[in-house]
Design a protein around this ligand. Structure first.
Ligand SMILES: NC(=O)c1ccc[n+]([C@@H]2O[C@H](COP(=O)([O-])OP(=O)(O)OC[C@H]3O[C@@H](n4cnc5c(N)ncnc54)[C@H](O)[C@@H]3O)[C@@H](O)[C@H]2O)c1
Length: 418
């Protein structure tokens, strides 16, 4: 029986770790305590679970009192690093939500501490467990394309899902590192995993012309907004999600001032809502990636061009399609189906991930469990993209990861130019 504690008792911590740990893994996992900077939200865990769970605002005290085997980190992104490092130093293993952290310096501290302490950090990339991507991974691992030359990857968030990032802490760069870290870490990890390769060099552009201070009809938050009767983005925090937004966030506001329904057109927003990124991989593949957070509809499309043909996979309007074009231009539809809403969160991927995390399966033929190297390579693209936009240049990941992975390609050695 392993002892766990959770730091960060917001939506993800509560719904994806605390509740399932208690409900589904009582034979192998003991949840000893929870911690959050917001004491009310930490104490709400006991109310929600209808049992007493020790709640802390002092992380060190929680570790001393309970001496857990594993710390689960589900705080906002910028706080991951401090808890990962403290937990490793204390002698614990760590399970951290994506993104592992948000910038190069915090990433370096995690990698250094993990190496020095010998304890282990697992980064949870639930997309690796979604049946659609598992199918694509199996096709690629089976050699359907042979060598992969290029990837075109487009991700569209609509003005419900996409907008929600701009209401919350995510929309402030210092919290999330921008969508290039917070959101795209999923997508960059997916491509790294599908290609079984690592990124070398990144160039990026980004803009924000939809959210932020782009209209005059705006307030501080939906709850008190003078335009609530006319704004198409109005949300009622008191009734949304069956009243859970009120319980988890609004009722806890007086402790930390965090407003969950802040105006999408606020001046404080400083992240991009549109990005375009180019990446070159070690084995020569190149990727063009774009993320749009204000699309009229939700969709993802990934195209892989290889030696033996072209694989196109997309998910739009709840239909998943995978097509393969051979060298003769003939098209085979390998998969086309309505997405089944499997229980347990994120298309059934969360329960599959949790089984691996908490039951500790020894076999992992598709390499779905991710370590700090995978965590670093996925945020590495986002960190390099942020640097690229700021410094107006192409950025090598070796500039900030090279000390840990000396074999990474350095500037001036582009194999495709040799
Ligand atoms: N894999 C996925 O599909 C997925 C989905 C959602 C969220 N996440 C990740 O889970 C994490 C939490 O996201 P969420 O949606 O639950 O956000 P949230 O805002 O609901 O919860 C974050 C919690 O962290 C707490 N917190 C903030 N700063 C802290 C600090 N310094 N110390 C302790 N606690 C602190 C907040 O009070 C809050 O309770 C994020 O890292 C996010 O990227 C992953």
């Amino acid at each position: 029986m392993k002892k766990y504690v959770v730091v960060g008792t917001g939506w993800r911590g509560l719904m994806s770790y605390i509740e399932p740990l208690i409900r589904d893994f009582p034979d192998c996992a003991e949840l000893c305590a929870v911690c959050d900077i917001n004491g009310k939200r930490a104490r709400f865990v006991s109310e929600y679970m209808e049992r007493e769970i020790p709640a802390y605002t002092d992380f060190d005290q929680m570790l001393r009192d309970h001496r857990p085997d594993v710390v689960i980190v589900t705080t906002k992104d910028c706080a991951h690093e401090q808890y990962i490092v403290k937990a490793l130093e204390f002698g614990c293993d760590v399970i951290t939500e994506k993104p592992m952290t948000i910038d190069d310096q915090m990433c370096a501290r995690i990698l250094e501490t993990e190496k020095r302490t010998g304890h282990k950090v697992t980064v949870t990339f639930n997309m690796r467990f979604m049946p659609f991507y598992v199918r694509i991974k199996e096709l690629l691992a089976g050699g359907i394309l042979g060598d992969i030359y290029s990837v075109h990857f487009e991700w569209l968030l609509d003005t419900s899902h996409g907008a929600d990032y701009f209401r919350r802490w995510h929309s402030i760069r210092a919290n999330s590192g921008s969508l290039l870290i917070h959101k795209s870490t999923h997508h960059f990890d997916l491509v790294n995993w599908l290609l079984d390769d690592e990124p070398v060099k990144v160039n990026a552009f980004g803009t924000r012309r939809f959210y932020g201070h782009t209209r005059e009809e705006r307030g501080e938050r939906c709850l008190t907004c003078p335009y609530k009767g006319t704004c198409e983005f109005y949300v009622d925090i008191d009734t949304s999600d069956g009243g859970m937004l009120k319980k988890v966030y609004r009722d806890c506001e007086d402790e930390d001032g965090y407003i969950r329904d802040r105006c999408l057109f606020s001046d404080v927003i400083d992240i991009e809502d549109t990005v375009s990124v180019n990446v070159r991989y070690r084995r020569g593949a190149v990727m063009s990636y774009s993320l749009t957070a204000h699309s009229p509809y939700e969709c993802m499309k990934i195209v892989l061009n290889g030696k033996k043909g072209r694989l196109e996979a997309d998910n739009a309007f709840n239909v998943e399609t995978i097509k393969f074009y051979n060298r003769q231009g003939e098209c085979m539809v390998l998969d086309r189906k309505h997405v089944k809403q499997l229980p347990g969160g994120h298309g059934g991927s969360d329960p599959a991930l949790r089984r691996n995390l908490f039951r500790g399966y020894t076999e992992d033929p598709l390499h779905q469990m991710a370590d700090t190297r995978a965590g670093a390579m996925s945020i590495g693209i986002g960190i390099a993209a942020n640097k690229s936009m700021k410094e107006d240049r192409a950025v090598y990941l070796s500039e900030f990861l090279g000390d840990f992975y000396p074999e990474m390609e350095k500037p001036g050695k582009e194999p495709d130019k040799q």
